[in-house]
Design a protein around this ligand. Structure first.
Ligand code: HEC
Ligand code: HEC
Length: 200
């Protein structure tokens, strides 16, 4: 009895040590990201860097791997390549734990038309753009509007989502192709007018 208690205590203590080590490594690794994505992962418009704080662990993991494996282009510098495979999950988890949001709208558009177009996004991204883990779509709410528009235009022009192994990107590319760039702008203006909600 005593022996099994001791074993349990030892087991729990060793889990604590692993968690503490992961946290320390993630904190250290995140310092290389903070210069662009901000100390609270709130992003930085001047550096074109999106907020990361709004995302869930699984989405961050997927995008870090997408950049690493060349499914997605244009991540500045080679920072992500230095992260070893086993550090990706704890780092993503660490970033997902941050809660900053960017709520200052900067893009103007026709909100009525934007609301109509957004009806085509809801089935995948949710009524408030909160994202949906079941269908693996990212949260849009709380992200900089200029970043949302920039990515939509990339999908529309085929510079994101066209890698044959990027199955999720392909879904989004197809959705973006349905609209012209002015319509996408209206949809983004509408998204940034919505109440900010998260999926977690
Ligand atoms: C030199 C600036 C810079 C540094 C350093 C940097 N990033 Fe980025 N990151 C960017 C920019 C700019 C983008 C937007 C890329 C694009 O246009 O698609 C981006 C995009 C991302 C995305 C995609 C977000 C989305 O909306 O899909 C993730 C995830 C990410 N970075 C993670 C990281 C992590 C983790 C680190 C640190 C290891 C890091 N970045 C370091 C500038 C940077
Ligand atoms: C069929 C499902 C589907 C529909 C419909 C859809 N999306 Fe997406 N969207 C996705 C998926 C999946 C991703 C993630 C792609 C990836 O992993 O790179 C995504 C990514 C995005 C991104 C990039 C987010 C980021 O941080 O990089 C934006 C912006 C976006 N969608 C906006 C929209 C808008 C606006 C609409 C409606 C006009 C829409 N989506 C309709 C599935 C969908």
């Amino acid at each position: 009895m005593k022996r099994s208690m001791l074993l349990i205590i030892f087991f729990l203590a060793s889990i604590n040590i692993v968690v503490a080590q992961d946290l320390e490594t993630s904190n250290r690794l995140y310092q290389t990201c903070a210069g662009c994505h901000g100390a609270n992962a709130e992003g930085n418009e001047n550096l074109n860097a999106p907020a990361l704080s709004i995302f869930s662990t699984w989405y961050l993991e997927r995008q870090i791997r997408n950049f690493n494996q060349g499914l997605r282009e244009n991540h500045p510098g080679g920072d992500l390549l230095y992260i070893s495979d086993e550090d990706i999950h704890p780092l993503a988890d660490y970033i997902a734990g941050k809660t900053a949001v960017s709520s200052q709208p900067s893009i103007e558009g026709n909100l009525d038309r934007g609301g109509f177009i957004f009806q085509h996004c809801i089935s995948c991204h949710g009524e408030f753009g909160e994202g949906d883990e079941d269908v693996r779509t990212p949260r849009l709410s709380g992200q900089y509007d200029w970043y949302l528009l920039q990515e939509l235009i990339k999908f529309k022009r085929g510079s994101r989502g066209d890698h044959p192994d990027d199955l999720y990107g392909a879904q989004m590319m197809e959705a973006a192709m349905m609209f012209d760039e002015d319509m996408l702008r209206d949809a983004v203006a509408y998204i940034s007018s919505l109440e900010i909600k998260s999926d977690d």
